[in-house]
Design a protein around this ligand. Structure first.
Ligand SMILES: [Zn+2]
Ligand SMILES: [Zn+2]
Length: 251
C-alpha cells in the first residue's frame, strides 16, 4: 500500500480516464491519493473528486505561479474549502524563482497568507520550492507551529536537514529516479520517518517512463528507488511512507 501525496488529477488526460488510472494504480499498490489544487478553480475539482472517491483526499491552495491571479477574497474562500472533511492540507503554496511567473513580492504575500490560515486552523501545508530555499525557510520559520511537506524536493541536503528540524516532511517524486539526480547521494541519510512519496502527475514521470505523461500509480517507481537507496525492502518503504502520510495529513 502506497500513498501518492501529491497528484493533480484534474488535468484532462487523467480526469477523462480516471477510473482506469486508479485501477492501474491499485495494480501497482498505490491506493490513496492527495489531489492538490493550484488555484481555486481546480480546488473545486479536487473537492468533487474527494467526495466521489473514498481513496482521494484534497488539498486546497494557490500555487506560486497562480498567485498573481489570486481572486479577491481568496483567503476567506480557502477557509470555506477547509470546512470539508476530505480537505486535509493547505496548498500547494510556496515560491518558484525559477520561472517567476508571478513576481516574488506577490508570491511571498500569497504564501504568507496561506501559512496564516494553516496556523490558525492547525492544518498541515504542502509547499512548492524552486530556487527559493532561503526565502522559503525564512517564511516557514515565522510560523513555528505549522508543519507540512516540501513537495517534489529538489534542493540540497542542508535544506532538507533544516526543514526536518523545523518539523517538515520531505517528499520525493520521479526526479529522484533520473540518471543525473543529486538526490540519491543524500536521501538515505534522512530520517525515514520524515519521508513521503508522490508523483506530481501529470508531470515528472519517473524512469522508465521519463518524458511521458505521469499518473499516480507510478508512485511505485519512486518508492522502489527509495527502497534501493535505503537498502530496505519495498514493503518497509511502503509501510513507513504510508504511516508518515497518515500521521501528517491525519487521514
Ligand atoms: Zn509543485
Ligand atoms: Zn504540484
Amino acid at each position: 500500500m502506497l500513498t501518492d501525496t501529491h497528484c493533480h488529477l484534474f488535468y484532462d488526460q487523467i480526469k477523462t480516464d480516471l477510473d482506469s488510472v486508479l485501477e492501474r494504480a491499485k495494480t501497482l499498490g498505490v491506493n490513496r491519493f492527495i489531489c492538490v489544487a493550484t488555484n481555486l478553480d481546480d480546488a473545486n475539482e479536487c473537492l468533487e473528486l474527494s467526495k466521489k472517491y473514498e481513496s482521494i483526499y484534497a488539498s486546497v491552495g494557490i500555487h506560486p505561479h497562480d498567485s498573481k491571479n489570486a481572486p479577491k477574497g481568496y483567503i476567506e474562500k480557502i477557509y470555506n474549502f477547509m470546512k470539508n472533511d476530505k480537505v486535509v492540507a493547505v496548498g500547494e503554496m510556496g515560491l518558484d524563482y525559477f520561472r517567476n511567473i508571478s513576481s516574488s513580492k506577490v508570491q511571498k504575500e500569497v504564501f504568507r497568507s496561506q501559512m496564516e490560515i494553516a496556523e490558525d486552523l492547525n492544518m498541515p501545508v504542502i509547499f512548492h520550492n524552486r530556487d527559493a530555499d532561503n526565502d522559503v525557510l525564512s517564511i516557514l520559520e515565522d510560523f513555528p507551529s505549522v508543519v507540512g511537506v516540501a513537495h517534489c524536493f529538489s534542493s540540497t541536503e542542508d535544506t532538507a536537514t533544516k526543514l526536518i528540524e523545523l518539523g517538515y516532511y520531505i517528499s520525493f517524486s520521479g526526479n529522484i529516479t533520473f540518471k543525473n539526480s543529486h538526490l540519491p547521494e543524500f536521501a538515505g541519510r534522512l530520517p525515514l520517518d520524515r519521508i513521503l512519496v508522490e508523483t506530481d502527475c501529470p508531470y515528472l514521470s519517473p524512469v522508465p517512463y521519463r518524458g511521458k505523461p505521469n499518473e499516480p500509480g507510478r508512485t511505485r517507481f519512486v518508492a522502489e528507488k527509495i527502497s534501493d537507496i535505503f537498502k530496505l525492502p519495498l514493503e518497509v518503504i511502503a509501510a513507513e511512507t504510508t504511516k508518515n502520510a497518515t500521521k501528517l495529513f491525519n487521514l
